[in-house]
Design a protein around this ligand. Structure first.
Ligand code: PSU
Ligand code: MN
Length: 296
């Protein structure tokens, strides 16, 4: 199997048993427009460092899986425009064919685990898509979180998905879903969905203890900061429009999430961009606090 390239700073932290937080690259290359994505990437690394952990942004460049990116590499992920979206099944082809790509939650989680990283921060988890009864479109993210002992901090799943079905699959696959200072499952742009979470913790130490005790992957569901929550009315309108666009343009498979996000960003004139940035930054900060507690 292809060997990982682990950045010096990350390798040193792992060797010395210091906290590391993995970050994904698909939200940068396919989820946020340039030049905003690079600014977000820098902020994510900054908040992780400030909390006392080492950031490891993950991507595949010229067939090499990289754990921790230099600023030139981050720049390439954010600006190259030709990076493919790599889920876990795409890693072998990308390595063998020397391709460059951004990693999703599924592939980032798997690579983080392979590198020995236990905590990962992202925006929203992929899940069961609306209409999955016909399309069978269920993100590989769910499978990987069920089989990989990594703690994933996210703001729930986007309301573009079938949230109830996603939560049912997480239960079936024995994935603990734990609310961070909330009893409701967050809905990405919105702090709360109509669904409850089975467990809740109040601080990073409790989150770390739950993860350590369970010995398996878990979701720490952290709502978007209140000041950046999208108004329900705007959110519901954009969602309805976005879903219609998918049907009109016959968008399928791995293009669904990027097309919907793009619609939100342009149609909300940046409101959803601010929301997206702030929730991911907040997740990175909580993930770093939890990682620090894990190593205490
Ligand atoms: N959620 C977001 N922004 C994103 C994604 C999810 O808010 O960019 C990305 C993540 O990388 C996630 C992927 O793993 O979309 C899920 O894609 P799919 O549904 O095709 O598995
Ligand atoms: Mn899919």
């Amino acid at each position: 199997m292809t060997t990982l390239h682990i950045a010096d700073e990350v390798a040193a932290a792992l060797a010395e048993n210091r906290p590391v937080v993995a970050l994904e690259s698909t939200i940068l290359s396919h989820g946020l427009p340039a030049p905003r994505n690079l600014a977000v990437a820098a902020r994510l690394e900054e908040v992780v460092r400030k909390a006392g952990a080492v950031p490891a942004t993950i991507a595949v460049l010229d067939g090499v899986p990289r754990i921790g990116l230099s600023s030139a590499e981050l720049d390439r992920v954010c600006n190259a425009g030709d990076l493919v979206k790599l889920s876990l099944r795409d890693l072998g082809p990308a390595y063998a064919l020397g391709r460059s790509g951004a990693t999703t939650v599924a592939s980032t989680t798997a690579l983080a685990h392979q590198a020995g990283i236990r905590v990962f921060a992202t925006g929203g988890l992929g899940g069961v898509h609306r209409g999955a009864r016909e399309t069978w479109d269920v993100s590989a993210d769910l499978d990987v979180v069920a089989t990989t002992p990594v703690l994933i901090v996210c703001s729930g799943v986007k309301s573009i998905l079938d949230m109830g079905a996603t939560l049912e699959v997480l239960e079936t696959r024995s994935v603990p879903v734990v609310g961070y200072r909330t009893s409701r499952f967050p809905a990405f742009y919105r702090r709360e969905s109509e669904f409850d979470v089975p467990w809740r913790v109040e601080n990073p130490a409790e989150a770390a203890a739950v993860f350590a005790a369970g010995g398996r992957g878990m979701l720490l569901a952290n709502p978007i900061p209140a000041a950046f929550e999208m108004e329900a009315e705007l959110h519901d309108r954009l969602l309805a429009e976005g879903l219609r666009k998918l049907v009109d343009q016959d968008v399928r498979g791995k293009d669904v999430t990027p097309v919907l996000l793009e619609h939100f960003h342009t149609a909300s004139e940046g409101v959803s961009l601010d929301a997206n940035e702030e929730l991911v930054v907040n997740n990175a900060s909580v993930a770093a606090d939890v990682a620090v507690e894990l190593f205490r």
